[in-house]
Design a binder for this molecule. Sequence first.
Ligand SMILES: [Zn+2]
Length: 466
Amino acid sequence: MLKFYNTLSNRLEEFKPLIDGEVRMYLCGPTVWDFAHVGNFRANVFADILRRHLKFKGFKVTHVMNITDVDDRIIARAAERGQTIDEYTAPYIEAFWQDFDAIGCERPEIAPRATEHIAEMVTLIEQLRERGHAYNSDGSIYYRINSFPAYGKLSKINLAGNIAGASERIDTDRYEKEDARDFALWKAVETEAETGWDAELGRGRPGWHIECSAMAMKYLGTTFDIHAGGIDLAFPHHENEIAQSEGATGKEFVRYWLHNEHLKIEGETMSKSKGNYYTFRDLVAQGYAPVAIRYLLLSVPYRKQLNFTFDALRGAEKAVESLRNFGTRLSEARCETGVNEELRETTARIAKEFETGLDDDLNTSVALAALHNLRNATNTAIDECTLRLVNKTEIEALLKRFDSVLNIFGQTEREMLDAEVQRLIDERQEARRRRDWARADEIRDELAGRRIILEDTRDGVRWKRG
Ligand SMILES: [Zn+2]
């Protein structure tokens, strides 16, 4: 039975979508003011495992992830550079998708941009005004938290306390509000020179929270199944999304709220001032394979804090390499026809472990353990010459099925790990010593096909990526 931990109820719940066989899910996407960091990618890999497991279970998935391409930081930086916000964000959007593909995430079905949905946000704000949830002040429009008694139901925030300024996104100094907790839906823009949109509401620009409500409901309906994101977004962002959406429609917004925990770097919170802030591309530039980063990020279940260390990253590279070697060994294994019943039972048990693990709130560490068990059992059978043709076919199919969720074998365009490159270079040297020119050439071509350039030097063969 598929179960998720729902932040709304604070418990593990059986997952049943609104429409049988179909899941509609939303993930808060990137704010494209800079390159995405490794913490952002923990959320992306978590959502990727979620969507892939739902597909593994046979659901049709519609996954929406917004692109926040307007906010105060983007506007300020674009102005500094004398660019329009489109000019400023375009390279970051492109970089985001490159990173997203490289880390093996499947693209969502729909990735709407905030600046292309201003009309939907304006309509939603108008609905909120009609229903008494919003008010004007100095040209800006605010959400009246007092008008929504259920406020706090997701984050269980204590409203008695003063929460003003709890988020850097709430600007408490600049505008007049009825209540310090109220948040901006529409921010007045006074001059033509400043980035803004002319609307019935007056010239302005949307607040961050309203964009997710507007785009989620446009593409997924007023009520949908899953909303995911990092735990830091539960308050105030997701709380505000609920207040806006349910305030406007009077209907339940989201049925299951899933939040992933933070990650730490070498035991510490990641920050630019500590010098431990890494974008995904920083790590790739240092030579770490994207698939190893993916493996490390998914090795810890999403609701547990993850300590991202370079030792663990090197360990992840070795783990991926050993799994890929196993995949190669299996495909090259010669075996007799027939079936080894004992191995078949073991394989079936491991298949169950994998699925049960992921069904239990996406326990990826159990799923990975199952994969390693499969490798060990199969390697033993190959060593002992007890692998039979039926087993081989079944295990190959199972590996493919596991990898449809984990995506670490890289059935599409797989990049090569440093250790694999070195192994092939060593094998090529060995082939040349044996005067096996055909094999040596084959390896050279294989490496060239993967853009690995070889250089013969006095100290031996050196290589680099082309
Ligand atoms: Zn959002």
